[in-house]
Design a protein around this ligand. Structure first.
Ligand SMILES: C[S@@+](CC[C@H](N)C(=O)[O-])C[C@H]1O[C@@H](n2cnc3c(N)ncnc32)[C@H](O)[C@@H]1O
Length: 259
């Protein structure tokens, strides 16, 4: 018989190992001068089509206490700090937390980094005005992480998560069987499914879901700027006229407000 506690522990260890290995490779390239820790906000905000609109959902950040949930490289944390927020950034991978801290130093801002588990947050109730997360919820068990997220948000606080979406059968097939650049996954992560939304709404009734990249996802196959811009234009028109197509998109932005 399977032991859920043991399974969760193994999942966390495997996630931590996978991301620490990635972080170590990245650290080597920073040390060798092949990559730079400094960056302009636009490099982060425009590296995927959903990031800038998702960031805007956080509202005015000046003077706010903000959490970067599963911070990875820390670019979001630094962009949040440069927008005037007091930022705490955590990740399960010590290597990535170290990168986020070094990056904050290199960019001349303060980010409080710590190693922590998104399913057991080391923060007091109602600590944060806002929470940001990119590509993190789909690594977690929502039944544990959801109540934790709710607990650490202040009343009226907002959480914005950008997550891979599994509502498109063709995309599900491609993710599973086709090789393409940047396909680097942990064994336990899985794109959010439409069936994940109702349990989220039970905790956050005020939940909005917006899809990004319908045809735009084809940039993964042919990464050409003009091609990508054309696809994005088509997507904008199609998704405005037929919002139900958001269910077929590559990514979703979830906006969860603690009422
Ligand atoms: C796909 S990366 C996204 C990182 C970053 N948010 C970004 O925008 O690139 C997923 C991150 O989630 C972290 N992670 C996985 N499971 C976690 C957990 N249980 N608690 C905290 N972080 C976790 C990984 O270490 C990794 O840094």
């Amino acid at each position: 018989m399977s032991d859920p506690v043991l399974e969760a522990t193994q999942r966390r260890l495997s996630e931590q190992r996978f991301h620490d290995e990635q972080a170590a490779e990245r650290a080597a390239s920073f040390r060798a001068g092949r990559a730079d820790l400094r960056f302009e906000d636009a490099a982060f905000l425009d590296h995927e089509t959903w990031i800038r609109p998702a960031f805007e959902m956080l509202g005015n950040l000046r003077g706010k206490c903000v959490l970067d949930y599963g911070c990875g490289h820390g670019m979001a944390a630094i962009t949040l700090a440069r927008a005037g927020a007091t930022v705490t950034a955590f990740d399960l991978s010590p290597g990535y937390v170290q990168e986020a801290e070094e990056r904050s130093l290199a960019n001349g801002v303060t980010v409080h980094g710590l190693v922590a588990d998104g399913e057991s947050l080391p923060f007091a109730d109602a600590t944060f005005d806002a929470v940001w997360g990119n590509a993190i919820l789909h690594h977690l068990d929502w039944s544990i992480a959801g109540p934790e997220l709710y607990r650490v948000l202040k009343p009226g606080g907002v959480a914005v998560f950008c997550e891979p979406w599994g509502g498109n059968p063709l995309l599900r097939f491609a993710r599973r069987f086709l090789p393409y650049p940047g396909k680097d996954r942990t064994p336990d992560e899985r794109p959010l499914q439409p069936s994940d939304i109702p349990p989220m709404r039970q905790i956050f009734p005020d939940l909005h879901v917006r899809g990004f990249q319908l045809f735009g996802m084809l940039r993964r196959v042919w990464p050409n700027r003009t091609f990508a811009r054309t696809l994005d234009g088509i997507d904008r028109r199609l998704l405005t006229a037929m919002p139900f197509l958001e269910n077929r998109c590559r990514y979703v932005v979830l906006t969860l407000t603690k009422s």
